[in-house]
Write a protein that binds this ligand. Structure first.
Ligand code: NAD
Ligand code: ZN
Ligand code: ZN
Length: 336
């Protein structure tokens, strides 16, 4: 089987022929149909974050495919069934986080396409308990971006407790942001979208954003304050400046939810304003299996639209360049 492999941080991925991996007890092997390119895969391939993967590794945590072999003891999945392999590749199931509905915070978790080989391949292994069944009727190319971009932004809005009539700002309308805009609309919010390219802002408008803010031309904080300030700001861009800009656009009691993960990212949080305005700054990491199931069900019900362009796996390096240049609305999906 073919896989796109990171051998050295910052170097092009290499397409390699590898033997089909054999599922161990509790695992299944899937044959991938579609696999999304999340910006996280680029951070992984560049070694951007303090906790780094160990090359050689296969990135990808938006893989969707068909179960083709069951490891020992796997009884709840069937050969021929469509599943996804999300970022949360496995959690312990026993710690306080797992037991309290926060498996995404498990300290013993394994991460797909980071700590173990991911979906930039024709075949891969998935822990059966974390192989997410994809409901019938969802196109695998839609399911792929929902598996990370969808669940991550859906969860971030849940964490923020968004309610109807609130003003939600989505800063960065890329793979994550284009779904965030839709979930915020579903929650009944008025939505402001911030980006730095014309195409992304046009897409945000098409998806229902009420207020468009071009951060190249205007200060998002000022525009948001003219609208009374945002109740919730979802920062999804891989750029620190995008976080600072919307922090300043919060109203009293507002919440900044940090989702994007720029390399060495940090912002200055002014203590006086944070205290007096009762502002919260929250980090949010992907979502649970339950969250992902809800994301798929919303999509199956026709409530969301996934915007993508398809590429072949051997176009992986050009695809990464395109995403870095901000040219992709909204996701690249590799068709296997
Ligand atoms: P993307 O490249 O598809 O989208 C980023 C968007 O931000 C683009 O539309 C870009 O034009 C826009 N942008 C860039 N600079 C900006 C600025 N100054 N102001 C406003 N917008 C700006 O990336 P993505 O796949 O959506 O991922 C975004 C980030 O989220 C990455 O850092 C990724 O690692 C992270 N991520 C986090 C989680 C999580 O669980 N917290 C999950 C998935 C991805
Ligand atoms: Zn755990
Ligand atoms: Zn991701």
């Amino acid at each position: 089987m073919r896989a796109a492999v990171v051998h050295e941080f910052g170097k092009p991925l290499v397409i390699e022929e590898r033997p089909a991996p054999e599922p161990g007890p509790g695992q299944v092997r899937i044959r991938l149909e579609a696999s999304g390119l999340c910006h996280t895969d680029i951070h992984a391939a560049h070694g951007d974050w303090p906790v780094k993967p160990s090359p050689p590794f296969v990135p990808g945590h938006e893989g969707v495919g068909i179960v083709e072999e069951l490891g020992e003891g796997v009884t709840h999945l069937k050969i021929g069934q469509r599943v996804a392999a999300p970022w949360l590749g496995r959690a312990c199931g026993r710690c306080e986080h797992c037991l309290s509905g926060w498996e995404t915070l498990c300290e013993s978790q394994e991460n797909t396409g980071y700590g173990r080989d991911g979906g930039y391949a024709e075949q891969m292994l998935v822990w059966a308990d974390f192989a997410q069944p994809v409901p019938d009727g969802i196109d695998p190319r839609d399911a792929a971006p929902l598996t990370c971009a969808g669940v991550t932004t859906f969860k971030a809005l849940k964490v923020a407790g968004v309610r109807p009539a609130q003003l939600v700002v989505v800063s960065g309308v890329g793979g994550l942001g284009h779904l965030a805009v839709q979930y915020a609309k579903i929650a009944g919010a008025t939505v402001a979208a911030v980006d730095v390219t014309d195409a992304k802002l046009e897409m945000a408008a098409e998806l229902g954003a009420d207020i468009l803010i071009d951060a190249r031309k205007e200060d998002p904080a000022e525009v948001l304050q003219r609208h009374g300030g945002a109740h919730v700001a979802l920062a999804t861009a891989a750029d620190d400046r995008a976080f600072a800009a919307v922090y300043g656009g919060l109203r009293r009691g507002g919440k900044l939810v940090m989702v994007g993960l720029p390399a060495d990212g940090s912002i200055k949080v002014p203590i006086f304003e944070t205290v007096l305005k009762g502002v919260s700054v929250i980090g949010s990491i992907v979502g649970t299996r339950q969250d992902l199931d809800e994301v798929y069900r919303l999509h199956a019900a026709g409530r969301t639209r996934v915007i993508y362009r398809t590429r072949r796996l051997d176009e992986v390096n050009e695809s990464i360049e395109e995403v870095m240049r901000g040219e992709v609305s909204a996701r690249i999906v590799f068709e296997m």
